[in-house]
Design a protein around this ligand. Structure first.
Ligand code: BGC
Length: 745
């Protein structure tokens, strides 16, 4: 031990004494003492070095930057030998501060979990926590101690390809899932060798890009920002998220990377965040394109003064901060502060004591990781339709077809750098492994394929099949960053293939693997059952077999409303009431006689061709089994004060023929407010797993403080008055099981 300590650089010894050998989370004074002692002794240049994040630019160059103390963090280098060389250069040379190694570990590192949108459909935060923990363990085995996840952008527009990376359209669901992910990545103790720092991104409003075009401007007024887009980020701060990433978009004219209101006033001063904020990729430099900064120097000045601590790959801080200090445009104390924020997180990660990875390589694709990924894929699947075709009964021979039935790369989904398709279990592999008599005729080779020449062969093959399983959707590259679409119908000739399948008269089960809600309105009639699996990850094939075989009952619920067509977007469940709310009995296009006279009587807010509601509402999903709700009660009817709690109790019984899970969803409506209030808002949920015949008493608690909102003067208020509270199995009124009225006094 003594010998080991002697080998450590002096700064590591300091860390050891400051944290008593076991630095964990905020260690109060010991941590402050350590951070102060490290940072206060640094030259200005070395402080700036900590604020510079470099992408893989060749090991020699990175080693040089590390040795000079000019690289606080690195991303996209995963070669362990290279990383060792770089880290050694950093800790062996002044200022002896280890480099923070980062990577986009978004929904798995080697073992790939369903895309986050799919995980959100599970409505099971523990599953998200566990998936993130496993991702952290696998990533840490390659030296990665910082991930750029979770993405907490509210997405009300599925044209935006990055809807795949987040938890959907709802602020509450996103807050709960985001906090679970932070806990999973970071664990209870960030200094543990298997914990990695999380990064809440993209701060903020990025998902509201105009018309769903990535990187586009957003125009989110302050109240909407406060009430919808900021809450998941606040929840991440409360969960102890170590870092944040500023977003690419300019909101109402101010790029996030130069937005002091967001980065300093709200994040630091209101939420008391004490980690660090990194820019998005080159977003400091992009402020020039925005026309918000004249040149790179101006951009560096605006970013650091707004509260942006670390510059991702733009080199703006490295090249200009020293000059800006000498010119008096940036104070050295601002740089010291930013440097302390970075060093604080490195300290919490235990990097000063253990700069090198110690996690065994064997953790990758460990059996328990694959098991968790299987469970996650099963729980993420949402059954949208079932006329009795599922679960399969008396089915021996299956015709498996469609472009995603054997697409090991594409079923992994977007943002997969490290997971290997050779480990993917596709539906084809899984059906064979499960012993089904499978005939596989893809029909279409990839999702955009419009060549119908194989359809005749599919039809022939269907003749001897008991059931057809079509697996379609979209390739992984069609969603994710910069992959936005204006038409969300099934790509290529997939709809025609479904039509052809329907004509065979055999039961057609459509399985959709996609990164977003697709507009499958016209395809529904050509199916007997629909399972929406999002991109399910490594174990998607096995999950599908278990689901269709009835070993596992579908229990996913939609984390975003499914539009009828792209022209209906944005369509989301928690909109404000209009002065002319739709009644559901509106006339539609075909009801209008020719030469109809002008009329506005009875007109409400809807579209003549799509009506009012979505194709499938938020929170919706079917099951094989049935659930009976009973014995509802609320703890009282009058509430007051922020510390009060609404407790709704009830019993759920599985009255059907399969073991399964139901998601009880608690919604509220503030009937009259000082500003118009949403017609419904999810404020609590519980997923309850029940055996056949089993029942459980459930209680959902809603802190009264969660009824607060930002009102007229940008202040958060709890308004007095009447609220409706209900329990439902989706956001649709038809699925309400019980409703009551309460009063806030
Ligand atoms: C994305 C971020 C990502 C970063 C680093 C950017 O293009 O917007 O989400 O973390 O690249 O790869």
């Amino acid at each position: 031990m003594i010998k080991d300590i002697i080998k450590l650089a002096p700064i590591a010894l300091l860390a050891l004494s400051a944290c008593g050998g076991g630095g964990t989370v905020n260690n109060g004074n010991a941590e402050d003492r350590f951070v102060d002692s490290v940072v206060n002794s640094l030259s200005l240049k070395h402080k700036i070095g900590q604020l510079n994040q470099v992408t893989a630019v060749g090991v020699e160059e990175m080693e040089k930057l590390a040795a000079e103390g000019m690289m606080g963090s690195i991303l996209n280098e995963t070669n362990l030998d290279n990383l060792h060389r770089i880290q050694k250069a950093a800790v062996d040379n002044p200022p002896h501060i280890p480099v923070l190694i980062s990577r986009d570990v978004i929904h798995g590192y080697k073992t790939i979990f369903p895309i986050p949108l799919g995980q959100a459909a599970s409505f099971d935060p523990e599953l998200v926590r566990q998936g993130s923990e496993i991702s952290a363990i696998e990533a840490a085995s390659d030296g990665i101690r910082w991930t750029f996840a979770p993405m907490l952008d509210i997405a009300r527009d599925p044209r935006w390809g990055r809807i795949a990376e987040g938890y959907g359209e709802d602020a509450y669901l996103t807050s709960v899932m985001g906090a679970a992910a932070v806990k999973g990545y970071q664990g209870d103790d960030l200094s543990k060798e298997t914990s990695i720092a999380a990064c809440a991104k993209h701060f903020v409003g990025y998902g509201a890009a105009t018309a769903g075009r990535d990187y586009n401007s957003t125009f989110i007024p302050m109240r909407l920002l406060r009430n919808v887009y900021l809450p998941p980020f606040r929840a991440a701060a409360q969960a102890g998220c170590a870092t944040y990433m500023s977003s690419f978009n300019d909101n109402d004219g101010v790029p996030s990377t130069g937005n002091k209101l967001i980065l300093t006033d709200i994040l630091r001063n209101e939420w008391k965040f004490d980690g660090f904020v990194v820019s998005d990729w080159f977003s400091v430099g992009e402020m020039i394109n925005h026309g918000f900064a004249a040149d790179m120097k101006d951009a560096a000045e605006k970013a650091i003064n707004a509260g942006l601590d670390m510059d991702m790959v733009a080199n703006a801080y490295k090249d200009y901060l020293e000059t800006l200090v000498s010119e008096g445009k940036v104070s050295e104390s601002k740089i010291t502060e930013a440097c302390k924020n970075v060093v604080r997180i490195k300290y919490r990660l235990g990097l000063f004591q253990n700069p090198y990875p110690t996690v065994s390589q064997d953790v990758k694709y460990a059996p328990e990781h694959l098991e968790a990924a299987l469970h996650a894929a099963e729980q993420s699947a949402v059954m949208l339709k079932n006329n009795g075709a599922l679960p399969l009964k008396n089915v021996k021979k299956i015709l498996l077809c469609g472009p995603m039935a054997d697409a090991p790369h594409d079923q992994l989904g977007t943002w997969v750098f490290d997971g290997e398709k050779s480990h993917t279990i596709t539906p084809l592999a899984a059906f064979k492994e499960a012993g089904y008599d499978v005939t596989y005729v893809a029909g279409l080779t990839y999702s955009r394929d419009s060549n119908t020449s194989k359809f005749a062969e599919v039809t022939r093959a269907a003749k001897s099949a008991d059931a057809i399983i079509f697996v379609g959707g979209e390739e992984s590259i069609l969603s994710g960053e910069a992959h936005c679409l204006s038409n969300l119908n099934l790509q290529g000739a997939q709809s025609e293939l479904l039509e052809t399948l329907k004509k065979t008269g055999k039961p057609v089960v459509a399985v959709i693997m996609a990164g977003r809600p697709l507009t499958i309105t016209d395809d529904i009639k050509n199916t007997d059952a629909i399972l929406y699996m999002f991109h399910p990850g490594t174990m998607g094939g096995n999950a599908l077999v278990n689901l269709v075989a009835g070993k596992v009952t579908p229990s996913g619920k939609l984390p975003a409303s499914f539009p009828k067509n792209a022209g209906q977007i944005p369509v989301y469940y928690n909109q404000n009431n209009t002065g002319r709310p739709a009644s559901g009995n509106e006339i539609l296009l075909d009801d209008i006689p020719a030469e109809a006279g002008q009329t506005s009587l009875g007109c409400t807010s809807y579209m003549l061709d799509t009506g009012f509601g979505p194709l499938y509402p938020f929170g919706y999903g079917l099951s094989y089994t049935e659930f009976a709700f009973s014995d509802f009660s609320v703890n009282k009817t009058e509430f007051s004060g922020e510390n009060d709690e609404i407790k709704v109790s009830f019993t759920i019984k599985n009255t059907g023929n399969y073991e399964g899970a139901e998601v009880a969803q608690l919604y509220v409506r503030d009937l009259v407010g000082s500003i118009t209030r949403p017609i419904k808002e999810l404020k609590g949920f519980k997923k309850v797993y029940l055996q056949k015949g089993e029942q459980q008493n459930v209680e959902i608690t809603v802190p009264l403080s969660s009824l607060k909102f930002y009102g007229l003067d940008d202040k958060e208020i709890l308004e007095k008055g009447e609220f409706e509270v209900w329990i439902a199995t989706s956001s649709a009124n038809e699925d309400i099981k019980w409703k009551t009225k309460i009063t806030v006094k």
